[in-house]
Design a binder for this molecule. Structure first.
Ligand code: IPE
Ligand code: IPE
Ligand code: MG
Length: 260
């Protein structure tokens, strides 16, 4: 895999899965609620938006680590349907930041074989951002590396309503019998269609809630909450989350295979 010149973040990153982790039992799909940007900035006497800028670096480093360590998919919560209620200046800063980062990083994503997609109601985003999203999605669609999903204007409830509407439309057209609606057909109408459900959900900044993220898909995810603010999330914190994941017994409603 070709790599761009090292940044300060790269200097600490390991190219290979750390020996403490069991490579055979890594999550195939990691979801992350990147929370605490504002508090990270405020704790340094900086404006909140500086936390968002620093958060981008943490996301880039996390993506690269997941890719290097062999995790198949990373889904990151970047902007919720509820985040529009923030002050206009902060919302505008975030939209401009998304545009700048996409423009700046697209070439690296292409080189590193990342397949990027944006999940959410994208029509409500600024036109320029929509164009950049569409270009980045198209240009990386054939890449064989990590699936990187960025949830932008995403809300789990809205996603489920949208799926219900799409199924209802098919039923009204006579293309689908209501009794044929099952978990697979509903999942196929979600933004995440085709992606397997996350095995691990990480939430930073110590908040123990889901905040309308992937309500359907997280049904059996293991949840790891860390007090670290998102901009401070690094290799050590990711390793900790993966070790925590590997210490869990996933029963999916059944019994532990080791139970006599
Ligand atoms: C998460 O950080 C980023 C977004 C929601 C866009 P916050 O901005 O929520 O930071 P805190 O939770 O206020 O510290
Ligand atoms: C969740 O964080 C949304 C994102 C990380 C994009 P919030 O900061 O918006 O969530 P709450 O308000 O603490 O639940
Ligand atoms: Mg927050």
């Amino acid at each position: 895999m070709s790599r761009p010149p090292a940044t300060s973040h790269d200097l600490t990153a390991s190219k290979f899965c750390p020996p403490e982790l069991d490579r055979e039992r890594l999550p195939a799909h990691v979801a992350v609620i990147m929370d605490g940007n504002g508090r990270w900035a405020e704790s340094r006497g900086l404006p909140r938006v500086m936390g968002h800028r620093a958060g981008v670096e943490a996301l880039k480093a996390t993506l690269r680590l997941c890719s290097d360590w062999g995790i198949g998919a990373l889904t990151a919560y970047a902007f919720s349907t509820e985040n529009w209620s923030r002050p206009g200046d902060e919302v505008n800063f975030l939209m401009t930041l998304f545009e700048r980062v996409l423009q700046r990083e697209l070439r690296t994503l292409e080189e590193e074989q990342v397949r990027i997609r944006f999940l959410g109601d994208l029509e409500a985003l600024p036109l320029k951002l929509q164009e950049l999203i569409s270009d980045a999605t198209d240009r990386t669609a054939g890449n064989g590396g990590i699936h990187f999903n960025v949830c932008t204007n995403y809300g789990g409830r809205r996603e489920l309503v949208r799926a219900a509407q799409r199924l209802a439309r098919q039923a009204a057209n006579g293309d689908l019998a209501p009794e044929d609606i099952d978990e697979n057909s509903l999942a196929a109408e979600l933004f995440t269609a085709g992606e397997q459900d996350p095995d691990l959900l990480i939430r930073t900044s110590g908040e123990h809630r889901i905040s309308n993220f992937l309500l359907w898909q997280l049904a059996y995810a293991e949840i790891h909450v860390t007090d670290v603010f998102w901009p401070d999330f690094n290799e050590k914190a990711l390793k900790q989350a993966l070790l925590d994941f590997q210490s869990r017994s996933r029963r999916f409603g059944g019994l532990d295979p080791l139970t006599p």
